[in-house]
Design a protein around this ligand. Structure first.
Ligand code: TYD
Length: 254
């Protein structure tokens, strides 16, 4: 900025001409929740309209389904697939499409790739069938950017299990550990081989390139957050957001 140039005005609740849809993916305990919150905070600080949600959840049906699929009662893999799909269909209709069509920014914790990684690679369901179910649930709505937080399953699960891990040693868990209630840890309790298959699934998906951005999750949270911001910023600039606004906020955060 030239000396004497006034800083750009931060208007509240600014909307883009075209919505922006970003998803986060990864195995258990890789720090998605923390990173979603940090990204949302950074975008909101520019005055842009941004909302986040998690899958399954964010609609009354999604929250009911969440309790079912995470609970101990158990479902067959196919029932599980269809439950996640039902939650997603509701989310697309009630939350994603309306917000994106109004030029909002959505940051979503898990989406279609979770189903391919967990129910496909993890549980062994047919991936082409999963793709077909996902297409029905989403009507083809796909994110422009997918951030994959990648870490060894033993590292992430250690965090979920409340054991001291690299994440805490590196300050990657600013608000403490996230522990689900005892009766909602069905996925966390799967054997390590299941989580290795899920990780491998994500890595296979990310080979497609394009919308994928893979970030190592076993580094300090502020580094992960900066790497994410570097990928998001150009998408906002492309949509006409004043780059001065985006760089100024980054300096304040790092
Ligand atoms: P959650 O507490 O949100 O886990 P995390 O914090 O790791 O995202 O629980 C959601 C669980 O559901 C998680 O273990 C992954 C699993 N899941 C699937 O198996 N398939 C899916 O399509 C989705 C969206 C989630």
């Amino acid at each position: 900025m030239l000396p004497g140039t006034p800083p750009p005005v931060v208007k509240k609740d600014m909307r883009l001409n075209k919505g922006l849809f970003i998803t986060f993916e990864g195995g258990e305990g890789v720090g998605k929740t923390t990173q979603v919150a940090r990204l949302v905070e950074r975008i909101a600080a520019t005055g842009l309209n941004v909302k986040n949600a998690r899958e399954p959840g964010a609609t009354p049906l999604g929250e009911e389904i969440r309790a079912w699929v995470k609970g101990e009662a158990g479902t067959t893999p196919t029932a599980e697939l269809l439950l996640f799909a039902a939650a997603r269909a509701q989310l697309v209709a009630d939350f994603l499409k309306p917000n994106l069509s109004r030029g909002g920014i959505i940051v979503l914790d898990r989406y279609v790739d979770s189903t391919v990684a967990y129910q496909g690679y993890g549980r062994g369901l047919d991936i082409e069938q999963i793709d077909a179910v996902n297409r029905v649930a989403t009507g083809g709505l796909m994110p422009e950017l997918t951030i994959l937080l990648d870490a060894e399953p033993s590292t992430g699960l250690g965090r979920v299990d409340a054991a001291p891990t690299l994440f805490e040693a590196s300050g990657n868990v600013p608000s403490g550990k996230r522990l689900d209630p005892e009766n909602e840890r069905r996925f966390e309790r799967e054997p390590i081989t299941f989580h290795e298959k899920v990780r491998n699934g994500y890595q296979e998906l990310a080979k497609e390139g394009g919308r994928w951005c893979v970030i190592r999750a076993d580094q300090p949270a502020h580094r992960v957050a900066d790497a994410i911001w570097k990928r998001v910023r150009p998408l906002l600039i492309q949509r006409g957001v004043d780059s001065e606004l985006l760089y100024r906020k980054q300096a304040k955060h790092s």
